[in-house]
Design a protein around this ligand. Structure first.
Ligand code: GCO
Length: 452
């Protein structure tokens, strides 16, 4: 697999960001917390999936992960030392509600209260994702996202957490990447719950969108003006692989499945017609869209969290094509201009909503050198070029407020287990020692100067 070999000879470009621009990093519960059976946490679909033979590389699980549940204080110290002013993390639904609904596990909720308080003590703003793919297993057993009730249970959970943490969390994200649940969880089966079922996949898409809208409604009464809610969507700019009219048409069609299927209902209270028509041949999704659902999904939001990793190129025959160097992740082409394109496109098509980038990053083949440091030059080059793309978008009028890199530290990368290292901070899983990589030191300088 070709690995990024860009030079970081020019680690800084002299581009200043607007005053008040916020820099941070992101993680998610199952990927870092560990403590899978501690303090009353209930199982999630990822516990089940990772224990199923052959699903995750080397049979690895998130049972221990980066042991953040026990090491959170020193992890927050590290975030502070690096100079970040925002930290995006997710709450484990089944830690708070071990059964998915019903009695609250006070110990689980307390963990997040301590985390939020600990961030404030260190001058770091918490940004909370309510759902980062770890559906409680109890709900999955009843049908998971295929079952409409799950959307209502999610809204109940969202209200409980909003009531408990309230305005101490200035920015709330409902669902992380509903598209990944559809594509990886229900189409390719590479993620939990490991299904290959197109009929179910788009029903799952709709119920997740409904869950988003219901959660926004359920949380509002517990939040004051100024506390913001939005979804976290992974957007993929889709380009024709050549100039042919057919390739252009294929790119538009793919854009429906990658972007408009999620953006349109949220911003326009409507699913894209062309995508719905294509789905009608493979899934009964439309039968599950009940009166009023689209209005609920279109409930006003306050910010949009954008996650960008890769562009997709599509040929006249609808095949995808690689045009740019790949990272260590087989699916990731390195193309910083794609970030500019997707940010400016969101503004053009969906208006001037405040934007935050909540994920952007790459895995590199990191190793601790003889001098004890980790030289991830490829990560520095990647972020330099993506920050520059974000800078161009801001210069062209995009209302981008903050940038959270993926990820704060190495973690459980889903079906790749611990094989891919995406962090600014190296985690030695045998000792749980944290070693800030060269990119972490570089990023600290970017933050200090507000300049790439
Ligand atoms: C995501 C994921 C992360 C992944 C990252 C790298 O939301 O896509 O949130 O969990 O680890 O994207 O694949």
């Amino acid at each position: 697999m070709p690995v990024l070999a860009q030079s970081d000879e020019k680690p800084r470009l002299g581009l200043s960001f607007p005053e008040g621009f916020v820099w941070g990093a992101a993680t998610s519960a199952y990927q870092i917390e560990g403590a899978a059976n501690v303090d009353g946490r209930g199982p999630s679909v990822w516990d089940t999936f990772s224990r199923s033979p052959g699903k995750v590389r080397n049979g690895e699980t998130g049972d221990t992960a980066a042991d953040h549940y026990h090491r959170w204080q020193s992890d927050l110290d590290l975030i502070k030392q690096l100079g970040m002013r925002s930290y995006r993390f997710s709450i484990s639904w089944s830690r708070v509600l071990p059964g998915g609904w019903g009695p609250v596990n006070a110990k689980g909720l307390d963990f997040y209260k301590r985390l939020v308080a600990g961030l404030h003590e260190r001058g770091i703003a918490p940004m909370v994702t309510l759902y980062h793919w770890d559906t409680p297993q109890t709900l999955q057993d009843l049908g998971g996202w295929e079952h409409r009730e799950t959307a209502y249970r999610f809204a109940d959970y969202a209200a409980i957490v909003a009531q408990a943490l309230g305005d101490a969390v200035p920015a709330w994200l409902t669902l992380n990447e509903p598209k990944t649940i559809v594509q990886n969880g229900y189409l390719s089966g590479s993620h939990a719950p490991g299904r290959c079922d197109p009929a179910a996949a788009y029903v799952v898409a709709h119920h997740q969108m409904l869950a988003h809208g219901l959660a926004v409604q359920a949380m509002r009464p517990y939040l004051n003006n100024g506390t913001r809610i939005g979804p976290a969507l992974n957007l993929h700019p889709c380009y024709p692989a050549d100039d042919s009219a057919q390739a252009v048409e294929q790119a538009h069609k793919l854009d429906g499945f990658e972007n408009r299927l999620y953006l349109d209902p949220i911003f326009k209270s409507a699913y894209p017609e062309d995508t719905l028509a294509a789905i009608a041949g493979i899934s009964p999704m439309a039968d599950h869209v009940l009166d009023g659902d689209l209005k609920t999904i279109g409930e006003p939001i306050d910010l949009l969290a954008v996650q960008y990793y890769t562009p997709i190129y599509v040929t006249a025959s609808g095949q995808t094509e690689q045009k740019h160097p790949l990272s260590k992740a087989f699916w990731q082409q390195i193309y910083p201009q794609g970030l500019y394109d997707i940010l400016t496109r969101v503004k053009k098509d969906y208006g001037d909503i405040p934007l935050t980038i909540t994920e952007n990053g790459l895995p590199t083949p990191d190793e601790v050198g003889p001098d004890g440091t980790v030289n991830d030059a490829g990560r520095i080059a990647f972020f330099r070029d993506h920050f520059a793309a974000a800078h161009r978008a801001i210069a062209d009028g995009v209302n981008l407020e903050s940038f959270h890199v993926w990820s704060l530290m190495d973690n459980f990368e889903w079906q790749e287990g611990y094989d891919e290292r995406w962090g600014l901070v190296y985690v030695d899983y045998a000792t749980q020692q944290r070693i800030p990589k060269r990119s972490a030191h570089w990023y600290s300088g970017v933050i200090r100067d507000n300049q790439v």
